[in-house]
Design a protein around this ligand. Structure first.
Ligand code: GLP
Length: 242
C-alpha cells in the first residue's frame, strides 16, 4: 500500500487525475472503475480539461461505476448515473454504451448484481478502480456489517450514510434508504486501486483503513489485502496517522 499525503483538495485532485491519465495513456482500451461523491469531482474536472486539451482520449474506454441509489431514475439529479453524465460522460468522447452503472431501477437486485459482475468480467476486469470513502469506512455503498459481501448487491443504507448524504437532498426524508453497490469481489479484483479522501471528517475512517484490523465493521479495511493500492489524502484526512 502506498499512502501519499498532499496539502489540500486541489493537489489531491491533480494527483489523482494525473495517475488516471498515466494509466489511460499507457492503455487506450482501459476499463475504469468510477466513483461518485464530492471527493472525485475535482479529479473529473481536471480529466475533462485534459481531454479538451487533446491529452486524453476516452473513445475506447469502458467504465463501471460502483453504485447507485435504488429507485432513482437516470434523470433524477441525485442519481449517480446523472452525476456521471454531468461531471464526465457528457463532456468527453466516451461512448454511452461503454458506460455502466449498477441498475437503479432493477426489480431483482440479486440477478442484476450478478449480471453486472459478469459484464465486468467480460470487459476483462477493472484496470483502475477509483474509490472515495464514507465517514464510516464504506466503499461504494458497502456499509459496515457482520460480513464482507462479494457480489454486486442491494444494501440498506446506514443512518450515518443517510445523514451524511442528506446534504445533497432537499430534506433527509428524500434520501433513498437502499442502494445497489459493487461488492468486494469486483473491487478487490481491480488490478490497481486509488482511494482518495480529504477533510477532517474522513480522518478516522482513513486511520482505520490503514492501521486498523481488517473487519467488515470498517469495510475499507479489506483494502489492506490489495496488492496495488494507492491512497491519496490531504493533511486533514491524514491527521490521525501521525
Ligand atoms: C457515497 C458514495 C461513495 C462515496 C462516499 C463519500 O455514499 N456511495 O462511493 O465514496 O459517499 O462521498 P463524498 O466524496 O461526498 O464524501
Amino acid at each position: 500500500m502506498k499512502v501519499i499525503v498532499v496539502k489540500n483538495y486541489e493537489e489531491l485532485s491533480q494527483m489523482a487525475a494525473d495517475l488516471v491519465a498515466q494509466e489511460m495513456q499507457a492503455k487506450d482500451e482501459i476499463v475504469l472503475g468510477l466513483a461518485t461523491g464530492s471527493t472525485p469531482e475535482g479529479m473529473y474536472s481536471i480529466l475533462v480539461k485534459m481531454y479538451q486539451e487533446g491529452k486524453l482520449d476516452f473513445s475506447k474506454v469502458k467504465s463501471f461505476n460502483l453504485d447507485d441509489y435504488l429507485g432513482l431514475e437516470e434523470d433524477n439529479d441525485q442519481s449517480y448515473r446523472y452525476f456521471m453524465n454531468k461531471h464526465l460522460f457528457s463532456k468527453v468522447n466516451i461512448k454511452r454504451e461503454n458506460t455502466f452503472v449498477p441498475p437503479a431501477m432493477t426489480k431483482d437486485p440479486e440477478k442484476s448484481g450478478l449480471e453486472y459482475d459478469q459484464k465486468i468480467l467480460e470487459a476483462g476486469g477493472i484496470d483502475l478502480q477509483i474509490l472515495g470513502i464514507g465517514i464510516n469506512g464504506h466503499i461504494g455503498f458497502n456499509e459496515p456489517g457482520p460480513a464482507f459481501v462479494g457480489p454486486t448487491h442491494k444494501i440498506d443504507l446506514s443512518e450515518e450514510t443517510i445523514k451524511a448524504n442528506s446534504r445533497f437532498f432537499e430534506k433527509i426524508e428524500d434520501v433513498p434508504k437502499q442502494a445497489i453497490t459493487m461488492g468486494m469481489k469486483s473491487i478487490l479484483n481491480a488490478r490497481k486501486i486509488i482511494l482518495i479522501a480529504n477533510g477532517q471528517s474522513k480522518a478516522d475512517a482513513i486511520y482505520k483503513t490503514i492501521k486498523g484490523p481488517i473487519s467488515p465493521e470498517v469495510p475499507s479495511s479489506i483494502l489492506q489485502l490489495h496488492q496495488n493500492l494507492t491512497i491519496i489524502i490531504d493533511e486533514e484526512a491524514a491527521k490521525k496517522l501521525e
